[in-house]
Design a binder for this molecule. Structure first.
Ligand SMILES: [Zn+2]
Length: 242
């Protein structure tokens, strides 16, 4: 059996800075160890377990207008995405932190704090696009493989450090890929792809003011700046296609 900590890693960690660590689930919330390559059915099943865990940890925001608005944006973006047969859902969590993340199988979560911080529908659409892109690019299966590798070297400090660095660089790579594909989906469904760099810039400024940074390297200001620059370059090529 996998430890509960493994389950936490399966959640693709966010567009943004992690401001609060998830608490560790109790023993009822474990996953069965499975092979590296996971099928759609297995991925959806894995997602269901993670979703149960999330619902165990957070209160859900049930404002009907907010949920309808978020669902409509999600549907629009899913329709132009590459794995649109996955049963995507976007759930709003009652948390004032500014965060978004996804679990396997099309489960997406946004915090109420993120929706409050977003200035436009385009910003929210790009963030949802980024999370949908993680699913389209099968980042979950890939991450699962990297984590297995990392955990298998935990006894050996040197190899373990190397594996951790590799894992962090993979996460940064996933973030950049999800950024590009996510804003492309937003663009294809009629939203402004600059919504993501706009949001990241304002959030970075806030994080610097408040001294908030992530627990791993992908939350550093340098990493966020690299993402913003990369996104600005990419969105300028999209604008030429209008
Ligand atoms: Zn992400």
């Amino acid at each position: 059996m996998a430890s509960p900590k493994k389950l936490l890693f399966i959640i693709i960690p966010t567009v943004f800075f992690i401001q609060e660590q998830f608490s560790i689930a109790d023993n009822d919330w474990q996953l069965n160890d499975s092979s590296i390559e996971i099928s759609d059915t297995e991925e959806i099943e894995l997602g269901k377990q993670v979703d149960k865990y999330i619902r165990h940890q957070f209160y859900l925001e049930n404002d009907p207008e907010l949920n309808t608005a978020v669902s409509n944006i999600t549907e629009r973006i899913v329709s132009v995405s590459d794995r649109n047969k996955l049963p995507f859902t976007c759930t709003i969590l009652q948390s004032n932190s500014i965060n978004a993340f996804s679990a396997p199988g099309g489960y997406i979560y946004l915090t109420y704090g993120l929706l409050k911080f977003a200035k436009t529908e385009d910003e929210v659409a790009c963030i949802i696009g980024h999370e949908i892109a993680h699913a389209s690019l099968r980042h979950t299966s890939k991450l699962y493989c990297e984590i297995k590798e990392f955990l298998s070297h935990q006894g050996d400090r040197n190899t373990s450090n190397k594996s951790l660095l590799l894992l962090i660089s993979r996460l940064e790579e996933f973030e950049q890929d999800a950024d590009t594909v996510g804003v492309l989906y937003a663009f294809k469904s009629g939203f402004d792809p600059n919504g993501l760099p706009d949001f990241l810039e304002r959030h970075l400024a806030l994080a610097i003011r408040e001294g908030i940074f992530g627990i791993l390297g992908f939350g550093s200001s340098l990493a966020i700046n690299t993402r913003i620059n990369h996104l600005r370059e990419y969105t300028s090529t999209l604008e030429k296609k209008r």
